[in-house]
Write a protein that binds this ligand. Structure first.
Ligand code: BGC
Length: 757
């Protein structure tokens, strides 16, 4: 009865607050209406109810944990009530063990929302969050796209936006409105086990992909209340992607100028795109754990970047200020530091210590209640905007298009556009249709190695849970070239020899060898490696099949560039597949057979040596004359490259002016012609070099790109506009500056200089 009465009072006050607004203003200003609803609700809430909203637990806390992998997940009703009714928990995340079916998700979300909206005093719905990082990868049967590094290799933000729209749709079809993605750390540390969750090393390309993805999830106008849109969570702010040691969750050392050149802009793009939430870096920058930093979380993020959404901690990271970083002498002090730094919600995730400590801290007066109100307002705002107060339940009508043919086709297109042809001696590829092929190597006949981490399970490596109807590389190549023309020998696993002799014998009987190497699925800390080299036993297989004299096509299915210098010269063709998702096998077969013309371009530098990890946008003065005369940049494969089965000829690079003044824009035009004999897509890339500057200049930086499609013989003029911000760099005072002087514009192997007065 008490519950009902307070709900009635609240409903009347909410009604009054909206009646006070005219219908016109109501339509005009939904934000004001939500602000009012939030403030009315906040006034009703007890301290405990508020702190509960800031508390997020993993589903394991409320689940029946005896469920086997792949089985039906049920919830533990008593633990669910304890979390939601007793502790007022506002958010739940994740899966326990592995992906659930749509029906299972519906049951789980219904049960959770029933407790939240029928059994609690204020009936506040739960915000459920999930890592749907390459499609709704925790819902059985979902459409799965290439992982982020592959999507960056498409250099096609429009296509990426479509994949994000489908991800949002399939999440909402599952009843989940909040996605812990995109990862906006710049991928500048190739050893890091999460490189493949990034959009690569360049801030300009990564920012374009970040915008496309956030808009895809949230909608062009960030209308996350639409039934097929979800809230994005840009992560892991800031500096997480650049651990000095390369090991996951270890310290980064990033001077402010470097931070502002390479790392901050990508988050700025995510903030400007309207992302509703942000997750924090588990580690530290220059000795400062980001979870405890008022500077990073409040001054820089809110004050300077203008972020208005809510901040969620990463997994257990509030308490880790005490347990791991040791900047807080007690767990309670860790809670105080994180909340006062700006963390609005704690991904606790397994107990109620955060809740207990925070209630105590407020009662003692150590944390002002105004800070709690601020955090809770932001969380409630997101819940209102998501439409959860109107309908917290899964919309079953969305099941109709879940994993539909058209969605799968987009996934196939995305995989096809991501795959990058790095080497093609004597145009070995595409193979003749009647070729006989040996398929070998540890990534040849697995789906897990095409998908990587966060697929069905956290590590993505449980092959038995993958959909049987999807093709591995071997199966897709067999379908394409005929089973009778394709033989198979595993050869090796990632770490052990299986039977190299068998592979050699079968290689001798075939016209060509398709050698599939790379990495087993992994993510986060378990994916940490001490050596970027391709595993020795894989190199041994490569050498053995190459020695047969048969041409070898190397396919790399990997999340980071494992070094192949020892074998690259012996491979006729090399295809970088990254982690192309569930349609990856088919996409690779299409490219090998020439049914698709490859158009992916590397979004990272592929290093040649373990101790030379120089990136494309290095400083000019990184040339060491004693070693190499011309260039400090001598990787296996350069950033931005990718071959095609046709030829693109660039000509007539023109600038609108030879001299411009501060504030002027510059137009750059170039002619691109398909001079080969098949249609193809080309990524036209514009790089800018500031020749002399008060801070040592970069060799070049990407400032524009366009992906175009040309029929044989067709040509197009491509136009870029460079604005003042493109000429800027982070100057002595750690602020963007534009200095007069000479600049060089390079496109497609040509360049033109201009003067900025
Ligand atoms: C990861 C996050 C992820 C979170 C929730 C953490 O371990 O670092 O990226 O969103 O778990 O699954």
């Amino acid at each position: 009865m008490r519950v009902f009465l307070s709900y009635l009072i609240l409903s009347i006050s909410l009604l009054l607050s909206s009646v006070a607004t005219t219908p016109f203003a109501f339509a005009q200003d939904k934000n004001t209406e939500i602000e009012k609803r939030v403030s009315v609700l906040l006034k009703e809430m007890s301290l405990e109810e508020k702190v509960g909203q800031m508390t997020q637990v993993a589903i394991k806390v409320v689940a029946d944990t005896l469920r086997p992998h792949g089985g039906w997940q049920t919830l533990d009703a008593a633990n669910l009530r304890k979390a939601i009714v007793d502790y007022h928990v506002g958010s739940i995340l994740n899966v326990h063990n592995s992906a659930y079916t749509l029906e299972n998700w519906h049951e789980i979300i219904n049960q959770i929302q029933d407790v939240a909206t029928k059994e609690t005093r204020l009936r506040i719905p739960i915000l459920y969050g999930i890592d749907a990082i390459h499609g709704a990868n925790y819902t059985t049967g979902a459409t799965l796209f290439p992982q982020s590094i592959g999507m960056a290799a498409t250099w096609n933000p429009e296509l990426f936006q479509k994949t994000a729209e489908i991800t949002a749709y399939e999440m909402r079809a599952s009843g989940i409105p909040w996605n812990f993605n995109p990862v906006l750390g710049a991928g500048r540390q190739p050893v890091w086990s999460r490189l493949w969750e990034t959009y690569g090393e360049d801030a300009f390309l990564a920012s374009a992909m970040a915008r496309a993805y956030v808009k895809g999830l949230e909608g062009q106008n960030n209308s996350i209340g639409d039934k097929d849109k979800v809230a994005a969570c840009i992560k892991h702010y800031l500096g997480y992607s650049f651990p000095l040691s390369g090991k996951d969750r270890t310290p980064a050392y990033i001077p402010e100028r470097m931070l502002r050149e390479h790392f901050l802009p990508v988050f700025k793009a995510g903030v400007d795109a309207g992302a509703y939430s942000l997750m924090v870096n588990s580690s530290e920058i220059n000795g400062i754990p980001v979870h405890g930093s008022y500077y990073y979380l409040t001054e820089l993020l809110r004050g300077e970047l203008g972020f208005e959404g809510f901040i969620v901690s990463d997994w257990e990271d509030v308490i880790r200020l005490h347990k791991r970083h040791r900047v807080a002498a007690t767990p309670k002090e860790a809670v105080r530091q994180a909340v006062m730094a700006g963390v609005d919600m704690s991904m606790v995730p397994f107990d109620y210590t955060f809740y207990d400590y925070l209630v105590e801290l407020v009662k003692e007066g150590t944390v002002p209640e105004s800070r709690i109100d601020e955090a809770v307002s932001r969380i409630l705002t997101a819940k209102f905007k998501l439409g959860l107060f109107e309908n917290p339940y899964p919309d079953k009508s969305l099941v109709s298009d879940f994993a539909s043919d058209k969605f799968q086709k987009t996934a196939l297109n995305a995989a096809s556009e991501s795959i990058t042809l790095l080497q093609n001696t004597d145009n070995l590829l595409p193979l003749k249709k009647q070729s006989t092929i040996l398929v070998t190597g540890p990534t040849a006949n697995k789906l897990s190695t095409l998908n990587g981490g966060w697929t069905i399970t956290w590590q993505g490596n449980d092959e038995s849970l993958y959909p049987k109807e999807k093709d591995t590389i071997l199966e897709a190549v067999q379908k394409k070239f005929g089973k009778e023309n394709v033989s198979y020998a595993a050869g090796v696993s990632f770490s052990e020899e299986i039977d190299i002799h068998e592979a050699v014998k079968k290689a001798k009987e075939a016209d060509v060898v398709l050698l599939c190497l790379g990495e087993d699925a992994y993510c986060e800390v378990p994916g940490t490696i001490p050596d970027l080299s391709m595993s020795p036993v894989q190199l041994k297989l490569a050498k053995a099949v190459a020695e047969t004299g048969k041409p070898v096509v190397l396919v790399l299915a990997e999340g980071r560039p494992r070094l192949i210098n020892a074998i690259a010269g012996e491979m006729e063709a090399i295809l970088m597949a990254y982690l192309p998702g569930l349609e990856g096998g088919s996409a690779i077969a299409d490219i090998i057979a020439g049914d698709v013309n490859p158009s992916g371009k590397l979004p990272i530098t592929y290093p040649r040596y373990p101790n030379d990890l120089t990136l494309y946008d290095h400083k000019v003065n990184e040339v060491v004359k004693e070693i190499r005369e011309a260039s400090p940049y001598n990787p296996q494969f350069e950033f931005g490259i990718g071959l095609s089965y046709t030829n693109f000829t660039y000509s007539n690079l023109q600038l609108s002016k030879d001299k411009i003044s501060q504030g002027d824009a510059l137009e750059v035009r170039v002619h691109v012609k398909n001079t080969g004999d098949r249609a193809g897509k080309e990524v036209v890339q514009l790089y800018l070099s500031d020749l002399y500057a008060s801070i040592t200049p970069y060799a070049k930086r990407l400032k524009g790109f366009q992906k175009i499609e040309l029929e044989p013989g067709e040509s197009k003029q491509v136009t870029f506009i460079l604005n003042e911000s493109d000429f800027a760099f982070i100057g002595l005072a750690n602020k963007p500056v534009v200095e007069p002087g000479e600049f060089k514009v390079s496109v497609g192997g040509m360049s033109r200089n201009f003067i900025l007065e």
